[in-house]
Design a protein around this ligand. Structure first.
Ligand SMILES: Nc1ncnc2c1ncn2[C@@H]1O[C@H](COP(=O)(O)OP(=O)(O)OP(=O)(O)O)[C@@H](O)[C@H]1O
Ligand SMILES: [Mg+2]
Length: 463
């Protein structure tokens, strides 16, 4: 289970949340008890004391199959091996129960100094910080095979790294088992509080979390558009099964790319948010016009971070102002354009191999050439609403508390004024505020018409 669905579960209900956290505390405690037994066993075996186990690997970890706590969900998601589970708990202990590690302060009486074989760093706070060597000691003492297996846990391709779970803190040289074990902040938060933290927008991380309080019922689309949006939803719900259980991963391109095009205010952003909401995924918006014009040079690295996180956390990436990608792929004039071209090439390539879902939104189609369109699993037109859709937008748009003056004929207004959903909502906001200002809460026909005139004016059109 990914972090976003955890958020969703968390948000599902106050009572649920409390139960899940209580269960989580129980699960963590059982896990720590198990770990304490593992440690005890290692020390007894190492110092040749009597012990009920002949290997630490015989100390069975708790079964978490029936639990739905954040910790249990995590274990079920990744199915760590015994050694991996020890590594995880060892990295977790300093944050939840540092005392458990006091045993590592045992001194070597023969030489009156610490045991080098325990590894670990002794913090100024008096606490023990486990390192890769500590892990090797707990698992193997002096077994070389296990030592090598431990190394593998920290390789770049291991899920500890690819899913941002656990790593050896970077040292000046390459990763060494002498480096402290670092559980990711993300995971720590998730398995201790059930929450996950969303990264903030910055020049370093040029993407912004977006969401909507609205539901599918609020979305009014041309039936053809709605059907195509439904296809993305189907992919989000069943794509995983198709690729993995049905074994199609080798035959189909990973991920899913869709291009939304249409005039402003036709629901492109709203649809992206609803797809996320319906499938428990976070949606992050990247403003391409800004990314391409402002962050020359650093852009690749920063966008790379967005793609990496998105892939790990199963986000939907929403690239707005995708027009910035078109046009610019031709000849170059200035050095600025050459940079822009590099960025565009990089972006297109990343989007093409992206293993998640990417939605690109644009206001124009003329610019999109065939070669470009072929990169997408779907290209969806968001047209301006027709009169029947506009009527629905007017009917559903007002607050249930608003009263419409009797001379307002929404049917006639819907037929007469060719406005987008976004513009209709602007008019509704304006007219509703006017009615509140006037104190009677009744929306007058005049306010409605004034609001409509303003919208046309904004777009430089005549009503
Ligand atoms: N099809 C629609 N159904 C219901 N509401 C809509 C629709 N289109 C727009 N709206 C309303 O207008 C607001 C703005 O729409 P949205 O931001 O999704 O437009 P957009 O297509 O992304 O526009 P832009 O191209 O300017 O980014 C929505 O939050 C919603 O309130
Ligand atoms: Mg938009």
């Amino acid at each position: 289970m990914d972090t976003s669905s955890l958020d969703e579960l968390t948000a599902a209900g106050g009572m649920d949340m409390t139960n899940r956290l209580q269960q989580n505390a129980v699960d963590l405690q059982r896990e720590l008890d198990w770990f304490a037994r593992v440690l005890d066993t290692r020390f007894k075996l190492y110092f040749g004391q009597e012990c009920e186990y002949s290997s630490v690997f015989d100390v069975t970890p708790p079964l978490l199959d029936d639990s739905e706590s954040p910790y249990a969900e995590f274990v079920k998601q990744f199915g760590p091996s015994f050694a991996e589970r020890v590594a995880l708990v060892l990295s977790l202990v300093p944050h939840v129960k540092p005392k458990l590690l006091d045993i590592f302060f045992t001194r070597n009486n023969t030489f009156d100094r610490r045991f080098t074989e325990f590894g670990g760093l002794h913090e100024a706070t008096g606490e023990f910080l486990p390192t890769g060597e500590t892990l090797v000691f707990v698992l193997a003492a002096d077994d070389l095979q296990t030592r090598f297996e431990t190394f593998q846990m920290f390789e770049a391709a291991h899920y500890f790294a690819t899913h941002n779970i656990l790593r050896l803190e970077e040292q000046s040289d390459s990763a060494s088992l002498k480096a402290p074990l670092r559980i990711s902040e993300d995971l720590l938060l998730r398995i201790t509080t059930g929450q996950s933290k969303r990264p903030n927008f910055s020049a370093n991380f040029p993407a912004r979390f977006i969401e909507t309080p609205l539901t599918w019922d609020d979305l009014v689309l041309h039936p053809g558009t709605r059907r195509q949006v439904g296809e993305i939803e189907t992919w989000l719900q069943h794509g995983d099964t198709l690729l993995n259980e049905w074994g199609m991963a080798g035959k189909l391109r990973p991920g899913y790319r869709s291009l939304f095009y249409g005039p402003p205010g036709t629901g492109k952003t709203m649809t992206a948010c609803l797809l996320g909401k319906a499938t428990n995924r976070d949606v992050y918006r990247v403003d391409l016009s800004m990314v391409i014009s402002k962050y020359i040079g650093e852009t690749e690295k920063n966008l790379g971070k967005v793609f990496d996180q998105a892939q790990r956390k199963d986000w939907i990436l929403f690239f707005d102002e995708a027009d910035a990608l078109f046009g610019k792929r031709t000849e170059t004039q200035s050095s600025h354009d050459r940079f822009a071209n590099q960025e565009v090439a990089f972006l297109l390539q990343r989007i093409e191999v992206f293993d998640g879902i990417a939605i690109l939104a644009s206001n124009q189609k003329e610019n999109i050439d065939q070669a470009f369109a072929r990169r997408f699993e779907s290209v969806i037109h968001f047209p301006l609403p027709r009169p029947q859709e506009r009527l629905l937008l007017w009917q559903q748009g007002f607050s249930p508390s608003a009263k419409l003056s009797e001379d307002i004929d929404l049917q006639a207004i819907a037929e007469e004024f060719a406005l987008s959903g976004g513009s209709i909502m602007n008019v509704i906001r304006y007219a509703s505020l006017e009615s509140l200002k006037n104190g009677d809460g009744v929306v007058s026909k005049q306010d409605l018409l004034n609001g409509i005139r303003q919208e046309f004016h904004k777009e430089g059109r005549l009503p």
